[in-house]
Design a protein around this ligand. Structure first.
Ligand code: UDP
Ligand code: MG
Length: 317
């Protein structure tokens, strides 16, 4: 009998959790009647509301409910990693607690994996209804850029919601880097992925934890984690400017020799100095970003710290 683990990161989800629990209980009952064993792992990512209380009450009523509770908020990436480390199923799903990842898709996803042709079933939003236009546009540009300059293969509109085989989850767990960008890691490890498109669903209750600025920083993080191209920008700027200055030098020398007209212009000089200074600082900043990542990586701190849990089996990480 195949076991399916459903990993659900939760951060202050007291409003949405009851809806989610209802839906996932119904789907789990259906799956069990079709011969699957179910394990639902809630990861309480340092919630400050009643989320943990709710999860514990579910665990008391339903033996399929397991939980890990972090000592503070470590972020969704750490919560997903913890879920993968502790899940013991043959198939492992990861989904949000706010019903934006419809639990009703799970049976179909399990059927696809059962056929054995694919190692994972991932979901992709085909519409971004209900999202600000500028956010959708930026998201699309981000996907274009990161696919172009890195070997992460990320579909536009890809959600984190996916179901994977044990083989694939083990591969994800083996990528134990501290700076995690799961969307990129899923693509980077390879394997055969079936994409399920679906219409965007609005959050059932509660509020999103992401604002535009946080998403922007997340996007920059993704690019830095998966691409070395920004690092080479400094070299390209340098080559371009050297070539330009050489042409200018020849021009000025010839001009001086031919018409003996020294170039005047304090304004243009200052503009050039500020321009070059700006580019130098920009490139230094990029290097700083990479160095900061190396710094965090070399400290080898744990991805998360667990305050309590009700899982008997040990973590794989
Ligand atoms: N989440 C989390 N830790 C965080 C932020 C979010 O575990 O620091 C969880 C959250 O509870 C939800 C999922 O990650 O289940 C997605 O979060 P959200 O709905 O805010 O993101 P959005 O769907 O708007 O991208
Ligand atoms: Mg959401």
């Amino acid at each position: 009998m195949k076991k399916v683990s459903i990993v659900v990161p939760c951060y202050n989800e007291q409003e949405a959790l009851p809806y989610f629990m209802n839906a996932i209980t119904e789907i789990s009952d259906g799956l069990e009647s079709r011969g699957k064993k179910i394990e639902i792992i809630f990861i309480n990512d340092g919630s400050t509301d009643q989320t943990m209380k709710l999860i514990k009450s579910y665990a008391q009523k339903d033996a399929r409910v397991k939980y890990l509770s972090f000592s503070r908020n470590f972020g969704k990436e750490s919560a997903m990693y913890a879920g993968f480390c502790w899940a013991s199923g043959d198939y492992v799903a990861v989904m949000d607690a706010d019903m934006q990842d419809p639990p009703s898709l799970l049976p179909q996803m399990i059927d696809i994996l059962d056929h054995g042709e694919y190692d994972s079933v991932a979901t992709r939003r085909v519409t971004r209804v209900g999202e600000p236009l500028i956010r959708s546009w930026c998201a699309r540009q981000f996907y274009k850029l990161i696919n172009h300059i890195s070997d992460a293969d990320i579909a536009d509109g890809a959600r984190d919601f996916r179901l994977m085989t044990r083989k694939m989850v083990d591969a994800i767990v083996s990528v134990s880097e501290y700076n995690r960008f799961s969307k990129g890691i899923f693509g980077w490890i390879g394997f055969r992925t079936c994409w399920l498109p679906y219409e965007n669903v609005k959050r059932v209750a509660g509020e999103t934890k992401w604002n535009f600025w946080k998403l922007f920083l997340y996007a920059i993080d993704g690019i830095i984690n998966f691409s070395k191209v920004p690092l080479s920008l400094a070299s390209w700027f340098g080559i371009g400017m050297t070539a330009f200055s050489f042409v200018m030098l020849v021009y000025l020398v010839v001009r001086k020799l031919m018409i003996d007209d020294p170039v005047s212009g304090w304004t243009s000089l200052i503009c050039v100095i500020i321009f070059i200074g700006g580019i130098q600082l920009f490139c230094l900043g990029i290097m700083g970003q990479y160095i900061a990542k190396i710094y965090m990586e070399t400290k080898r701190r744990p991805h998360y710290i667990i305050a309590e849990n009700n899982i008997e089996k040990e973590s794989r990480c």
